[in-house]
Design a protein around this ligand. Structure first.
Ligand code: DX5
Ligand code: ZN
Length: 218
């Protein structure tokens, strides 16, 4: 099933509650929450206190994307804040197996992400432990960048491996996803679409979510 996860990085943070409420009304399944530490990526965004404040205001599935150097140190905080799924990077400094186990100890879903320069094979040893793999289709750090078409074979390779292992893994893509690129990534095997500027950058967000879903299903 195709799922749409609007990235709040492109929303109006002065109106976070209403911006996120609009995503629920627009029919999105998830909210993609980008956490950056100014070290793993050259940008700073938000932390667990914001997630905690938003939690009682919105019942969408919270898809938290940690772009931080030491995710293991912060899993407890983000889980307690109300995350439904936590994604961290295989390139981070934390032990991958330990971090997955820590996320799962909270009874929530775990995902691993790969930057554009990291091969698909980096996540293969962990596939049976994961609920989702996030394939970055831009260099993480900023919204509004151009989709990298050369990530398509990586999506295909992860889908193929998951099928070989008999796993019903979600594959999420993040960066430059819009109605033009959505059909390319879903054809390759992705089923969770993150979009920031292609949703929050549009005056009619409901139409934007609908257009993205239609494109992804085409
Ligand atoms: C980038 C973030 C993305 C970003 C996507 O590092 O992980 O989630 O918000 O923005 P768009 O959809 O505008 O490329
Ligand atoms: Zn993201």
């Amino acid at each position: 099933m195709l799922k749409i996860s609007p990235s709040i990085l492109s929303c109006d943070f002065a109106n976070l509650e209403s911006e996120c409420a609009q995503m629920k009304e627009a029919g999105a399944e998830m909210l993609h929450i980008d956490v950056m530490d100014g070290h793993f990526v050259p940008n700073l965004t938000l932390g667990a206190p914001i997630v905690k404040c938003l939690r009682p205001k919105n019942d969408l599935f919270f898809d938290v994307h940690l772009m931080i150097s030491e995710p293991l140190r912060y899993i407890d905080d983000f889980a307690a804040a109300g995350s439904d799924l936590i994604t961290f990077h295989v390139e981070s400094e934390s032990d991958v197996g330990e971090t997955i186990a820590k996320i799962k100890s909270h009874g929530i879903k775990a995902a691993l992400s790969v930057k554009p320069g990291t091969p698909a094979e980096a996540v293969f040893p962990y596939l049976d432990l994961l609920d989702m793999v996030l394939v970055m289709t831009v260099e993480p750090g900023f919204g509004g960048q151009k989709f990298m078409g050369d990530m398509i074979p990586k999506i295909e390779a992860i889908r193929k491996k998951a099928e070989e292992l008999g796993l019903s893994l979600d594959i999420e893509v993040d960066g430059g996803i819009d109605a033009g690129t959505a059909p390319l990534v879903t054809a390759a095997g992705a089923n969770v679409l993150v979009a920031g500027s292609a949703i929050f950058g549009k005056p009619d967000r409901t139409a934007a979510v609908r257009a993205l879903r239609a494109a992804g299903e085409s």
